[in-house]
Design a protein around this ligand. Structure first.
Ligand code: ADE
Length: 239
């Protein structure tokens, strides 16, 4: 996979691209990341990339020409182009899975008060990483790169992403490691029992209860499997 980032601030990515799982995946060649400096496509000595908004208002708006010339310098028929925007569609694990199949991702990062709306028609979609406003799209693009790169084959242990939060529409069950008792707080007995059927049942139940409590919106949307329904019914009967 190739990822091209259009940005005014490529220096923001330096540590990110060399650290932990992302750093290792890139060193192994699982993905290639390149940057296009949008300012290189702005004309004149001042290389202005932004201007005042038509109709008035505060802040500056990024201009069509430098952004679209930058985009056209890298876009091919196999590119999938996304604009980072708080007004985009909400990003999700399902979208990360979809993007991990793409040959070439182009991530466009705006700054200042946003970008000229005519740029939107040149992208496949606008994406938001959450209901808050960042100073620019760079952090959002790092969130997308991180979540996509870790899904590439060979990036993390095969299967270890499958049981995580959001993979099946639920939050993950709580995890524990040694020691079995810390500061007087014990790990649930069932996890030390060696009974794999019981452990599985406990994990499914915890995942359901946690999701219901913390993310009722996800729980509402989730279609219970036959096994989940059985486990929940048993728990409710015992309560
Ligand atoms: N740019 C500014 N805020 C953003 C957000 N929440 N998601 C994506 N891009 C952004």
């Amino acid at each position: 996979m190739k990822i091209t980032v259009l940005t005014l601030f490529p220096e923001m990515y330096e540590n990110f691209l060399h650290t932990s799982i992302v750093g290792r995946a890139l060193a192994r060649g699982l993905a290639e990341v390149e940057f296009v400096q949008i300012r290189d496509f702005a004309p004149g000595n001042y290389r202005h990339v932004d201007d005042t908004p038509f109709g008035g208002g505060s802040g500056m708006v990024m201009k069509c020409q430098p952004v679209l010339d930058a985009l056209n310098s890298v876009k091919t028929d196999s590119s999938y182009t996304m604009i980072m925007s708080p007004a985009g569609k909400p990003y999700s694990q399902a979208k990360a899975r979809e993007l991990a199949q793409k040959e070439h991702l182009i991530l466009i990062c705006g700054h200042y008060e946003g970008m000229d709306a005519r740029i939107n028609a040149h992208a496949d979609e606008l994406v938001s990483i959450g209901d808050y406003v960042l100073t620019g799209g760079e952090l959002a693009s790092m969130v997308i790169m991180d979540s996509v790169i870790r899904l590439l084959k060979g990036s993390i242990t095969e299967g270890s992403a499958d049981e995580e939060s959001h993979e099946n529409g639920l939050l993950e069950y709580p995890q524990y490691t040694h020691p079995a008792e810390y500061d007087g707080v014990k790990v649930p007995d069932v996890l030390l029992s060696g009974n794999h059927a019981k452990i599985r049942e406990w994990r499914i139940l915890q995942s359901l209860l946690l999701t219901k409590e913390v993310r009722p919106d996800l729980f509402e949307k989730h279609e219970l499997t036959a096994e989940e329904a059985k486990i929940l019914k048993k728990y409710e009967a015992e309560e």
